[in-house]
Design a protein around this ligand. Structure first.
Ligand SMILES: Cc1ncc(COP(=O)(O)O)c(C=O)c1O
Length: 481
């Protein structure tokens, strides 16, 4: 059955979007298949939308009909399009096809399933619990003067436990972003924060700007929401604001998800000046910015610029953050800071799906934020710096041809392996005893970051050194060097 709200693009529009005249070398039908695949990935051709009849598209592109037939055949084989007897060709709607679900889902699942106990798992950039967390859960009286507060009352707090909302507001205020408790809601990790915001703020066909390489969970949410994705390159200064401005000149951008503080996977930190410019663009273009501060505490001991929202006097920036990267992901605690009217709508949505987040965990978290934040932050960043030093030194010794920039913060090293297919390398590395994520799985666009791997450095120095020894062996075997 046709989806009435799915707009199909006509041949002329497709010809424009393909940027046909800029296309690279290679057989015409391949170039056309690659271009159409890219339009589907970026959301210009959404699930279920019709492709033009072959003759029409051939005419619009000034190519032979055989070229279009061959390009459609390639995409059909790859599962991107489907054509039923007697009906038009359209973008496949199957949510299990590569076209619909981010590749990270299946690839990561495969990697994790195959891990043996001798494999060093560097797929997740997630730390073990900080000692203060383990201690507090094992013995709450070591943290709380009166642990009976953990089970007081009915335990349902749709917007979050008042203690934690207040503690988060105080934390953000101390970081330079004056915040009241009613501007904060508590979520199950920052992933739920992103997911609630995507549901509340987007509709299929809206324009979303997102970093070209990003947290796979954000890419997945963006793809599932049916937005048109506009990809921003990421440099040393974070997302490219010039590219965002250029995008706004040719398309409507309603929303952007950005990580100015220690971008995942590059570790880039956006300067204060660029933050100011970014907010100005958002104000001029009537755009909402989601500032994902999940990694903001992992500053390696340096001072980062003020949060994005502190440059904003029009409540256009929504800030999200959480406990996962400093304390422990298993707490599943995050938050959203926004104007209170938006918070109220988001609370209704969250409440409709889970009636609130675990109360005892929120009470423990509030106490951690209030009294143990600075110490935990200093401890974790010291660990990260030691592990990063060990990782870099092992790479310099065993893989001198690898390239990377030392990240300003965060838990990831974004390593380039020149001339290497990173997906193939990650499969070989798995066989060689190390699980790493290949660049394409963190990339919004096929064919990007194909020679990159992401190596998180939460692990101990000795583990990272052993991991690099194994990776180096695999790379040497693969390249014959
Ligand atoms: C940039 C970014 N945002 C959000 C998340 C989700 O984190 P959590 O839901 O554990 O707080 C992650 C996890 O890796 C991340 O890297």
């Amino acid at each position: 059955m046709d989806n009435w709200h799915v707009l199909s693009l006509d041949s002329t529009k497709i010809a424009t979007l393909l940027g046909w005249e800029d296309a690279e070398d290679g057989p015409l039908f391949r170039r056309l298949a690659d271009g159409l695949r890219r339009l589907a990935e970026e959301g210009y051709l959404v699930d279920g939308s019709h492709l033009p009849p072959e003759r029409q598209l051939a005419h619009a592109l000034a190519v032979s009909r055989n070229t279009v037939t061959a390009a459609y055949a390639v995409l059909r084989t790859e599962g991107w399009i489907e054509a039923r007897q007697g009906s038009a060709t359209r973008i496949a709607t199957s949510r299990t096809s590569e076209a619909a679900v981010h590749r990270a889902d299946s690839e990561m699942a495969t990697l994790l399933r195959d891990l043996g106990s001798r494999t060093i798992d560097l797929t997740l950039a997630a730390p073990g619990a900080a000692p203060i967390v383990s201690r507090s859960i094992a013995d709450p009286s070591s943290l709380l003067p009166d642990p009976s507060v953990l089970t007081q009352g009915h335990g349902y707090y749709a917007a979050g436990h008042p203690h934690l909302r207040t503690a988060v507001a105080a934390l953000l205020s101390a970081q330079g972003l004056a915040t009241r408790a009613d501007q904060v809601m508590i979520t199950n990790g920052s992933h739920q924060a992103l997911s609630l915001l995507m549901k509340e703020l987007t509709r299929p066909g809206m324009g979303l700007a997102i970093e070209e390489v990003a947290y796979p969970g954000a890419i997945d949410l963006a793809i599932r929401s049916g937005v048109l994705m506009h990809l921003l390159p990421v440099g040393k200064d974070g997302a490219d604001v010039d590219a965002l401005q250029a995008t706004c000149r040719r398309a409507r951008v309603d929303l952007a998800i950005l990580t100015p503080d220690f971008q995942n996977p590059t570790g880039a930190l956006m300067s204060a000046e660029t933050r100011r410019r970014l907010v100005r663009v958002a104000q001029e273009e009537d755009m909402v910015l989601i500032d994902d501060r999940t990694h903001a505490d992992l500053d390696h001991g340096a001072t980062a610029p003020l949060p994005l929202a502190s440059f904003d006097d029009q409540a256009r920036v929504v800030t999200i953050g959480g406990m996962s990267k400093l304390y422990w992901g298993g707490l599943r605690l995050g938050w959203i800071r926004a104007r209170s009217s938006l918070i109220n709508r988001l609370v209704e949505q969250k409440s409709g799906s889970d009636l609130g987040t675990s109360a005892p965990m929120q009470i423990i978290a509030a106490e951690l934020l209030r009294h143990h934040h600075d110490a935990t932050r200093t401890w974790r960043n010291k660990q990260l710096r030691r592990s990063l030093d060990a990782l870099e030194s092992a790479l310099l010794t065993s893989m001198p041809a690898a390239e990377w920039g030392r990240p300003s913060g965060g838990p990831n090293l974004w390593i380039r392996l020149p001339g290497t297919d990173a997906l193939e390398f990650s499969h070989r590395a798995l066989a060689g005893g190390v699980a790493v994520i290949a660049g394409p799985l963190l990339s919004c666009r096929a064919g990007r970051a194909t020679d990159r791997i992401r190596v998180p450095f939460y692990a101990q120095p000795a583990t990272l050194t052993e991991a690099v020894t194994r990776l180096a062996r695999c790379w040497a075997q693969m390249t014959g060097r």
